[in-house]
Design a protein around this ligand. Structure first.
Ligand code: KIV
Ligand code: ZN
Length: 527
């Protein structure tokens, strides 16, 4: 017996690259598919379905390349119950040492009558013929009774039994249109386990769609009833409302092991990174509040929750963020935050304040949070400077700026900054564009080097003289700073935004009493 095949082991069958990729707008290019396939292999899925080779030459090539290059999981390809489909799938899969052909045929009355135009007897005949044909050529054959959840239970029982007799090694029960409810779907699985001859000799699988938001619940109910393979996709992408989300079903099994007593082979610490790879490849962004991998999955803003979290993480979290690949819990400072969270954040940032100073910061934080949704560490730095260094003005101000761009000459800029003591410092630089050249000038004058994480420009008014708002987000020594500049000239707005963060970085250093980087004495321009 394979080490994976114990009674409590659930096989994870990922179909991100087949059903997931079928979602309108989710199609991936060849390179992206390969990248996702590698990420899935590293995640530890047992089987990955990577395409429908007969559908297009592109699909064929993607399946063949993945079969050749990606090691680890069983590589699977989809085929209708037609010989040419099965031949194409097997040809594309041939390079993979362990591969599976997945044959499907609809069984529900609505599909039989309106799509296939077949009688129940014909469905059985076509399905068993295709399975036998596939099984003569491949050891590992999965059969799916498409729309099983809407199929008469007696007929489904008959189809499944005949499919097993024909040689299927995995039987998959799809809820193709996401119609089932958890107790009912679990009941179908229980019924098949009790009534189908030979069911114990095959892997019983489920494949649930999310049209009514039940895909994960239905899959869990089926696993409780004895299914041992779950078909799912990263971020739950797939046809229409999508498929059962891999990260959710895997973490439900892991977190509620007390209830299910089941395990998977997924390396859950990689869930966030694989989710990002798939979001990047498909362009389907993950909602902030998405379970397990959303940006807010481990973020807390309300004061009561933050207080609880600081005392004991399990007060408001059922999983550890590290277990799914988040660095840590994120206590977001905003208008709902309490004093405990502020004190903890100030301490983490290296500030040691007296209780009355914390009170003052707290008051200011609430005022700021009314204007601004999230308070970044850089905002806190600026707040502290403002509160406790009376009269301290910005260390550098923009005195003048000239930027040039066009065809035939490299983009360049010349920038002059004024220091607090009235000195004028000049610098000139070339860059990838005029904004890049301006940022380089500012970096050289101030000696502050930050990593640009985000840069956005938005019109804040309409018309030809529209004001552009530039927002830059940078990272410096582990802190995030955000600066904003507004002008009808976006290069100027960019310089103001960048200068704002540079001043905050410098001010933060002063407040934390870390030595500032030395200001250059004499600066001469060079293009
Ligand atoms: O949803 C479905 O029924 C399918 C089958 C091909 C398994 O995707
Ligand atoms: Zn499907």
């Amino acid at each position: 017996m394979d080490a994976n095949e114990t009674a409590d082991r659930v096989l994870v069958f990922d179909t991100t690259l087949r059903d997931g990729e079928q979602a309108p707008g989710a199609s991936m290019n060849f390179g992206q598919k390969l990248q996702v396939a590698r990420a899935l292999a590293s995640l530890g899925v047992d089987v990955m379905e990577v395409g429908f080779p007969v559908a297009s030459p592109g699909d064929f090539q993607a399946v063949e390349t993945i079969a050749r290059q990606v090691e680890g999981p069983v590589i699977c390809a989809l085929a209708r119950a037609h010989r040419p489909d099965i031949d194409a799938a097997l040809k594309a899969l041939a390079p993979a040492p362990r591969h599976r052909v997945h044959v499907f045929l609809a069984t529900s009355p609505i599909h039989r009558e309106h799509k296939l135009r077949m009688t129940p007897a014909e469905v059985v005949r076509v399905a068993t013929g295709a399975i036998e044909y596939a099984r003569e050529r491949c050891q590992d054959v999965e059969f799916s009774a498409e729309d099983a959840a809407r199929t008469e239970l007696d007929f489904l029982t008959e189809v499944v039994e005949r499919a097993i007799e024909a040689g299927a090694t995995t039987i998959n029960i799809p809820d193709t249109v996401g119609y089932a409810m958890p107790a009912q779907f679990g009941g179908i699985i229980r019924h098949l386990r009790e009534h189908v001859r030979g069911i114990d000799g095959v892997v019983l699988s489920v494949h649930c769609h999310d049209d009514l938001g039940m895909a994960v619940a239905n899959s869990l109910s089926a696993l409780e009833a004895g299914a041992r393979q779950v078909e799912c996709t990263i971020n739950g992408i797939g046809e229409r409302a999508g498929n059962c989300s891999l990260e959710e079903v895997v973490m439900a099994l892991r977190t509620r092991h007390d209830l299910f007593g089941l395990r998977t082979g997924v390396r859950t610490q990689q869930l966030c990174s694989v989710s990002r790879v798939v979001a990047g490849a498909t362009g389907f962004h993950v909602a902030r509040n998405k379970a397990v991998v959303g940006q807010n999955a481990f973020a807390h803003e309300s004061g009561i929750h933050q207080h609880g979290m600081i005392s004991h993480a399990q007060t408001y979290e059922v999983m550890r963020p590290e277990d799914v690949g988040f660095k840590s819990t994120n206590l977001v400072l905003g208008k709902h935050s309490g004093r405990h969270a502020l004190t903890a954040r100030l301490r983490d940032l290296g500030y040691q304040l007296e209780p009355e100073q914390v009170d003052k910061v707290f008051e200011e934080l609430k005022r700021l949070a009314d204007k601004k949704k999230e308070i970044y560490d850089g905002d806190l730095d600026a707040l502290l400077v403002h509160l406790f260094q009376n009269g301290t003005s910005r260390r550098w101000q923009l005195a003048s700026l000239n930027a040039v761009s066009g065809t035939g000459t490299p983009p360049s800029a010349a920038v002059s900054l004024l220091t607090r003591d009235g000195r004028k410092l000049d610098e000139a630089a070339t860059g990838d564009g005029p904004v890049d050249a301006v940022f380089k000038c500012i970096e050289r004058i101030t000696g502050v080097k930050a990593r640009l994480r985000d840069y956005t420009v938005e019109n804040v008014t309409a018309g030809e003289d529209a004001q552009g708002e530039v927002v830059v987000v940078v990272e410096h020594e582990g802190r995030t700073y955000r600066g904003r500049g507004l002008s009808t000239d976006i290069v100027l707005a960019s310089a103001e935004a960048y200068l704002e963060v540079v001043n905050r970085i410098a001010a933060g250093r002063l407040q934390r009493k870390t030595p500032p980087e030395p200001e250059p004495e004499v600066v001469c321009g060079a293009v």
